[in-house]
Design a protein around this ligand. Structure first.
Ligand code: EPS
Length: 408
């Protein structure tokens, strides 16, 4: 099983993730991770911080000569802005005298509840860790995990469906087209008209000193039938995906497949009917040669399939072989240039909340973070089923299963 923890404050020296359970023999390079770190940084509506940072990872353990060796992988991302925050964020008690305190909690942020919980009189102790900057670590972890999934032809894409009430209005795009269009748009939006309106909405919000939220969608292709299980509540894959997405800063709701729209339709209108087509037999399987990657693809070209995917690829907590589709809603960022009412925790006076530098809208970035956290859940379900200590061992287990499914 893959597990990881992250550490680091938004304006601290660096962010660190320690990742355990990545099998040996996976090709991994810092540049593979940097690509996703850069994708997390773009997005129309982001603030000044993203102009300061050029997030780059340093792998400091677990990889030798370009391959994982089975020991914990440590990923470190330096915060460039740290130079300006050296004293404010110093670990030394001497700097407390020159530091400033934040005493007006922002509605919608962890500030007040966190300060009371941890007995802090300075909101900075809360916001530095509650900040979405931590998600750079999760994207780095996710990038490693995506390399693992790609070994088995499992791919992850995301796109933005809605920002500030403007929703995309395009039907019948292939998954490939969704991926291509999302990457070409700085709002990660596949619909040009909606994108223009979203942009205007973000500009207006910025002018008003306000912020906007929205909805993104993560799609996983190539996952085989049978990941996750109905047998125990905490092993249901949809539940695990929901938890992972909900753990992203500012996420307030998650849907799988049709999601909340199920409430508006009857059973006969929503359940994905089952069809069958003989799987294409692979020559290598017949001849007993070690199968190659193409075999995974062949396995999905035939067998049981659906013409619709309202279930979002998961039934009873188990993948059914269709693409996995999960959506999440992000609330508007709580740091507002024109602040909402708050109370000073020292004087108990009613005053505007404290204002920190922030983004107007970070929904496109949240989509990239969504890719990472969902990828981690899929990889874990995959390892549960096909687990081994090296890529070769997992591949053998996986191939045996695919051959079995093809003959089912
Ligand atoms: C973020 C870094 C932060 C914010 C934002 C996301 O940088 P700073 O606080 O220095 O401007 O831009 O953080 C928040 C949304 C938040 O609530 O703190 C990042 O790297 O994604």
């Amino acid at each position: 099983m893959i597990r990881y923890i992250t550490a680091g404050e938004s304006h601290g020296m660096s962010l660190t993730a320690v990742l355990e359970g990545i099998p040996a023999g996976l090709n991994i390079a810092e540049k593979d991770i940097d690509i996703d770190l850069a994708r997390r940084q773009v997005g129309y509506g982001r603030g000044q911080r993203m102009k300061i940072e050029r997030d780059r990872v340093k792998i400091t353990s677990g990889v030798r000569w370009g391959k994982t060796i089975g020991s914990p992988v440590t990923l470190v991302i330096q915060n460039k802005d740290w130079e300006k925050w050296k004293e404010e964020m110093s670990t030394s008690p001497q700097c407390e005298a020159v530091g400033t305190r934040l005493t007006r909690p922002r509605p919608g942020h962890a500030d007040l509840a966190g300060a009371i919980k941890y007995n802090h009189r300075d909101m900075r102790n809360i916001l530095e860790r509650a900040s979405a900057r931590e998600t750079a670590c999760r994207v780095a972890v996710g990038a490693v995990v995506k390399c693992f999934l790609r070994e088995f032809c499992i791919d992850v894409i995301s796109h933005v469906r809605e920002i500030g009430g403007v929703t995309i209005d395009v039907d019948n795009l292939s998954l490939e087209e969704i991926g291509v269009r999302a990457e070409a748009s700085d709002l990660r939006c596949v619909d040009g008209d909606a994108e223009r309106k979203m942009r205007t909405g973000i500009d207006d919000a910025k002018t008003r000193g306000d912020s906007l939220g929205g909805v993104f969608e993560v799609i996983i292709t190539g996952a085989p039938i049978g990941l996750g299980t109905y047998a125990q509540w905490d092993r249901k894959l949809d539940g695990r995906i929901a938890q992972a997405l909900m753990s992203i800063q500012a996420i307030k709701g998650v849907e799988i497949g049709l999601g909340f729209e199920y409430a508006m339709r009857s059973g006969s209108q929503v359940h994905d009917e089952i069809y069958y087509q003989s799987p294409v037999k692979d020559q290598k399987e017949v001849s007993g040669e070690p199968p190659e990657k193409e075999v995974h693809l062949l396995a999905r070209k035939g067998g049981f399939y659906r013409k619709t995917n309202n279930a979002g690829g998961i039934e009873g907590g188990i993948t059914n072989g269709e693409p996995i589709v999960a959506r999440a809603v992000m609330k508007p960022i709580p740091t507002l240039p024109i602040p909402l009412k708050s109370v000073d925790i020292d004087t108990k006076e009613s005053l505007g909340a404290s204002v920190e530098r922030s983004d107007t809208c970070a929904v496109p970035a949240a989509g990239v973070i969504g890719e990472a956290v969902v990828a981690i859940e899929i990889a874990n379900a995959f390892l549960e089923k096909f687990g081994g200590d090296s890529i070769e061992e997992i591949n053998r287990n996986y191939q045996a299963y695919i051959n079995y499914v093809n003959n089912y």
